[in-house]
Design a protein around this ligand. Structure first.
Ligand code: ADP
Ligand code: MN
Ligand code: MN
Ligand code: MN
Length: 387
């Protein structure tokens, strides 16, 4: 008995009637995840039976003034892969003492959509793809990249194997198994196009459960990365290399300008051109999965197109840096769709087109999107909205 790990692994399951519950919630930025632990007596499988709890909202940027208490309402229970045994993770949403949801609580409105009888009847399934980038802790530069420099151009990294192609597989695999252990519906993982970038998928999961599971999977990822001493970036365009040529056309030609332009081009070639990170949202309803579902898919895509701007506005901060029309994205200002195409806003898979039923993919959400917002908007627009 000599290391901290020995005590971390201390078995507490023989202490009668006591478990540790880690309460998890979304902090003031809408993307930061917070958590704190408490001892509970008994065994729990129903979140409604767990006690509410509270925290100091002034310390998370979620409350001002005299009354800064924010109340946590338990909404979903998962097994705790870190403490194991009967210990649990408790996903919560947050409310003011008056009972109103705090502004970062997007679950509240999402639950209204998913509890609507017309939405319930359509049994919406979601498959959420979460792309993210591993960053070196001190430099905040992608893991495995040369210090202050750039790796060789994209190509060999996507689903790559080998030390010069992928970095961080241990973190990715630890996270994968921890998510399975916790009881999420994690569907798979893969290395992405930009080196240091990875993806996992949640689903298909039904209704609001998809977003609950994605938030818990994000929490588990942060915890695994914390152990590994690595930072997770959910930035939709972590490495943007700008080609500053637009401003030059109206300016008269000069030698300085020429050399500047040439210099920019030269740096650009050196720095390369890197993929962004998305939060592709795969979606189907009962009607879409049944025979003849292709018609329902077309109608849904058409409705999404009509509300393109409203959706884009809530699909992630900084997503305009990602949706350029390059790197397997569609331009942010236009809604497009296609079968088996990746440079579109919405993609219908080849199998779905062939079978005339199935699902489609909304490729617009960025990696930092709030899945409560995106999934409920997709359901609201495609099921409830009558244009
Ligand atoms: P991509 O080819 O875009 O990388 P992925 O395999 O990463 O696709 O993700 C596809 C997602 O779609 C998975 O999470 C999968 O569970 C989900 N999915 C499969 N069938 C359906 C369906 N009928 N409705 C909704 N989502 C689905
Ligand atoms: Mn994918
Ligand atoms: Mn991907
Ligand atoms: Mn995808």
């Amino acid at each position: 008995m000599s290391s901290v790990t020995d005590f971390v692994n201390l078995n507490i399951s023989n202490i009668p009637d006591k478990i540790i519950a880690e309460y998890i919630w979304i902090g003031g930025s809408g993307l930061d995840i917070r958590s704190k632990a408490r001892t509970l007596s008994g065994a729990f499988d129903n979140p409604q039976k767990l006690p509410k709890w509270n925290y100091d909202g002034s310390s998370t940027g979620q409350a001002h003034g005299n009354d800064t208490e924010v109340i946590l309402y338990p909404q979903a229970i998962f097994k705790d892969p870190f403490r194991r045994g009967n210990n649990i993770l408790v996903l919560c949403d947050a409310y003011n003492p008056t009972g109103d949801p705090v502004y970062t609580n997007k679950r509240y409105d999402a639950a209204k959509v998913f509890n609507h009888p017309d939405v319930v009847a359509q049994l919406p399934w979601f498959g959420l793809e979460q792309e993210y980038t591993l960053m070196e802790k001190d430099t905040k530069w992608p893991l495995g990249w040369p210090q202050g420099g750039f790796p060789r151009p994209q190509g060999p990294y996507y689903c790559g194997v080998g030390a010069e192609k992928v970095v961080g597989r241990g973190i990715v695999d630890a996270h994968y198994k921890a998510c399975l252990y916790a009881g999420t519906n994690i569907g798979g993982v893969n290395a992405e196009v930009m080196p240091g970038q990875w993806e996992f998928q949640i689903g298909p999961s039904i209704g609001i459960a998809a977003a609950d599971e994605l938030w818990v999977a994000r929490y588990i990822l942060e915890r695994v990365a914390e152990i590994a001493g690595v930072i997770i970036s959910f930035d939709p365009k972590p490495i943007a290399v700008s080609l500053l040529l637009e401003n030059t056309s109206s300016v008269s030609f000069s030698l300085t300008l020429f050399s500047n332009t040439f210099g920019t081009l030269f740096t650009y070639i050196q720095q390369g051109d890197w993929n962004g990170a998305g939060g592709h949202t795969n979606y189907s309803t009962k009607s879409m999965r049944e025979d003849g579902g292709y018609e329902a898919i077309q109608k849904a895509i058409e409705k999404l197109g009509l509300r393109h701007e409203a959706h884009i506005a809530r699909y992630g901060e900084g997503n305009e840096r990602r949706l350029t029309g390059h790197h397997e994205t569609a331009d942010i200002n236009t809604f497009t769709w296609g079968v088996a195409k990746r440079g579109v806003s919405a993609r219908v898979g080849r199998d779905t087109a062939k079978e005339g039923k199935g699902y489609f993919e909304d490729r617009r959400p960025g990696s930092n999107m709030d899945p409560y917002v995106v999934t409920s908007m997709v359901a609201e627009t495609t099921i409830l909205w009558k244009p």
